[in-house]
Design a protein around this ligand. Structure first.
Ligand SMILES: NC(=O)CC[C@H](N)C(=O)O
Length: 224
């Protein structure tokens, strides 16, 4: 699987993401800069976590209008896989590639801790190789992770099995509707999630629970 990770001014998880992708796929990801207007020939583009443009205006709002976004939009439209983690998820909602919004955490503070995630759906290209209903450990670190969408959109996401991840066992850190931690688009090739699976892949980290997610993404290409 060939991948690329996009860096914006203020990104801080791009190296963690590159490490996770290389560890699991065996290939070094390409580095893309926010001002680039084209993408390398890859299967997966990742928008990593961080504080792009200092979270000014709204988290992810300025990044969603960066030059590289037109290329990402075109890539997604032709079926390329786009993953947004944390600030990347915020960018995807701001860019209109995923519905809804990430509001300020219900507790109004930055939350940095481990949560439990349930793989709520395997009906998308990212989680197809995971076990539906399984609960795993994953860290979060954000102040705007409170997923919100109108009732009609939530009903649609739930009805179409597009809620990929949910906070489990009372560990919702931000007050998101229906404990939503991650969602997919209609076609299943764009996924956004607040938690950071890239930080739980290596034996030197607190857990390797995040590996199954990256292995599942790689599996999408092994099977193709
Ligand atoms: N770790 C992150 O990506 C943080 C995202 C965003 N800056 C927030 O705090 O909500």
């Amino acid at each position: 699987m060939k991948s690329a990770v996009v860096t914006f001014p203020g990104s801080n998880r791009e190296r963690d993401m590159m490490h996770a992708l290389e560890l699991v796929s065996g290939r070094k990801p390409e580095a893309v800069w926010h001002a680039d207007t084209s993408l390398p020939d890859v299967d997966l583009v990742v928008l990593p976590g961080g504080f792009s443009y200092g979270d000014y205006l709204r988290s992810g709002a300025i990044a969603a209008r960066a030059p590289v976004m037109d290329a990402i939009r075109a890539f997604a439209a032709r079926g390329g896989m786009v993953l947004g983690v944390c600030n990347g998820f915020q960018m995807l909602t701001e860019a209109g590639l995923l519905p809804g919004a990430l509001m300020r955490n219900a507790g109004l503070t930055f939350v940095c801790r481990e949560v439990q995630l349930e793989t709520a759906s395997t009906a998308n290209r990212f989680t197809a190789g995971m076990r539906k209903g399984e609960t795993w450990r994953c860290p979060v670190a954000h102040h705007d992770g409170n997923y919100f969408a109108d009732a009609e959109t939530i009903a649609r996401l739930e009805g179409e099995n597009r809620v990929a991840f949910r906070y489990a066992n009372g560990t919702n850190p931000n007050g998101s509707i229906n404990d939503i931690a991650g969602i997919a688009n209609e076609a299943g090739n764009v996924l956004g999630m607040m938690p950071h699976p890239e930080n739980y892949v290596d034996a030197q980290q607190a857990s390797t629970d995040g590996r199954a997610f990256f292995e599942s993404i790689c599996g999408a290409f092994a099977a193709a």
